[in-house]
Design a protein around this ligand. Structure first.
Ligand code: S3P
Length: 455
């Protein structure tokens, strides 16, 4: 590891940092957001499992991904930062990771912790996983229970929470599993585990979730097939597999692009383009919603890059109308609901969001945090078990704002309400914006560059 990555603080939110967004004029300009978080974790992990060298361009250098980089180094891979977003990983081969000598600290990162379990169970090594207060509240049983079917043993806190200890099996067995909840993280952990097992690993998902793991595994030489059947999508991996390192180019993260896009929609007169954004169809539910709301949104310069769709996203401010977002859209926009709810607060009429149960177990209970924050900003909102209804102000005015929001160690809650503050009647303050660095380092600078009043 280079010194920058290895000396980072282990708990990202250790020093709380307040932030305030003030009502802003028109935003204008072209920007690029940091690399996709999902693909960045996967690139480092597959690099560590591959034979040979993996060169990554566009890696997200947020705290979450740096935690994964440090974990891969602790498991014996050579991980080196060559320049901004440019990293080199020399891998160890599937099933050949080293036993780490200290707990692996994943900070705030659910993806890092869950996917890494799929790597740890490939060989008989012992490891302990720890994380910050948010990650230590999140359910890990959804990954450890199916992984135990392959022979791994786990010990954890009550409710399957971190800290968690894992002992990998001598002979990993292939797993067949039907996902009880739509989760790309669980699917990915099982596919990664299957790389070291003799035989076919099969994961069945009722609704398709993001397929970056499948795409990247194929690019590294594994055989992954996908069959859409009446009972859902069957993803199969042939094991054991050998992976070969190669170049990986990570596009900008659509989950980060969501914030400047919605900021432009709610600040009158704005015109903003976010360049080089990954638009894999299993990630673009937010764009479908914004289009249905009447947003002036264009996908320009569409292209394919390393097996993933990429485009520039151009938006102009304009009136929005309320919509009904169907539950089956949830996997394709699971991280975008808080900022969509902010857009809905500015729209004419009612927006109904359904199928949001998974939001309760993200970095925070995002359903509650979104409802509470909107209410504090003067927006009428109703919260159910797994739904939210937002009554937009539309032509009758803008949300009042003038509130202090608790972000609850959740980067996306912090960013969503800062965006609301840019379009509100009075400033919005966030108690602690430091978790934003987990996924979007440079968030405030980027918005300021577009003309936002953010401090
Ligand atoms: C992710 C999958 C999603 C998402 C998370 C990243 C991934 O979680 O919320 O931010 O990289 O696989 P689930 O698959 O658990 O819903």
């Amino acid at each position: 590891m280079t010194s920058e990555a290895s000396t980072r603080p282990s708990t990202p939110a250790a020093v709380p940092r307040a932030a305030v967004a003030r009502p802003s004029g028109a935003l204008a300009g072209r920007v690029a957001v940091p690399g996709d978080k999902s693909m960045s974790h996967r690139a480092l992990m597959l690099g560590a499992l591959a034979e040979g060298e993996t060169r990554i361009e566009g890696l997200l250098e947020g705290e979450d991904v740096l935690a994964t980089a440090a974990a891969m180094a602790a498991l014996g891979a050579e991980v080196e930062r060559l320049g901004p977003g440019r990293w080199r990983v020399a891998g160890r081969g599937v099933g050949r990771l080293e036993e780490p000598s200290a707990p692996l600290d994943f900070g705030n990162a659910g993806t890092g912790a869950r996917l890494c379990l799929g790597l740890l169970v490939q060989q008989p090594i012992f490891a302990v996983l720890v994380g910050d207060a948010s990650l230590s509240r999140r359910p890990m049983g959804r990954v450890t229970e199916p992984l135990a079917l392959g022979g791994a043993r786990f010990l954890s806190r009550r409710g399957g929470r971190l800290p968690l200890a894992v002992m990998g099996p001598e002979r990993p067995q292939p797993i067949r599993y039907r996902l009880p909840v739509a989760s790309a993280q669980v699917k990915s952990a099982l596919l990664l585990a299957g790389l070291a097992a003799e035989g076919e690993t099969e994961v069945v998902e009722a609704e398709a979730t993001r397929d970056h793991t499948e795409n990247m595994l194929r690019a590294f030489g594994a055989t992954v097939t996908v069959e859409d059947a009446a009972d859902g999508r069957h993803v199969r991996l042939a094991g054991p597999a050998r992976l070969t390192g190669g170049p990986v180019t990570v596009p900008g993260d659509i989950s980060s692009a969501a914030f400047p896009l919605v900021a432009a929609l709610v600040c009158p007169g704005s015109a903003v383009t976010v360049e080089n954004v990954g638009v894999n169809p299993l990630r673009t539910g937010l764009l479908d919603c914004l289009a249905e709301m009447g947003a002036r949104l264009r996908l320009e310069n569409r292209r394919e890059q390393a097996g993933e769709a990429v485009a520039d996203l151009a938006v102009e401010a304009g009136p929005l109308r309320g919509i009904v977002v169907p539950p089956e859209r949830a996997p394709s926009m699971i991280d975008e609901y808080p900022v969509l709810a902010v857009a809905a607060a500015f729209a004419e009429g009612r927006t109904e969001l359904r199928g949001l149960g998974e939001l309760r177990v993200k970095e925070s209970d995002r359903l509650r945090a979104t409802a509470r924050g909107l209410a504090a900003c003067g927006v009428a909102v109703e919260e159910g078990d797994d739904w939210l209804v937002v009554r937009g102000l539309g032509s009758s005015g803008r949300p009042a704002g003038g509130a202090r929001i608790e972000a609850d160690l959740d980067h996306r809650i912090a960013m969503a309400f800062l965006v609301l503050g840019l379009g509100a009647a009075a400033p919005v303050e966030i108690d602690d914006a430091s978790p934003i660095d987990t996924s979007f380092p440079g968030f405030a600078e980027l918005l300021r560059g577009l003309g936002a009043d953010l401090a």
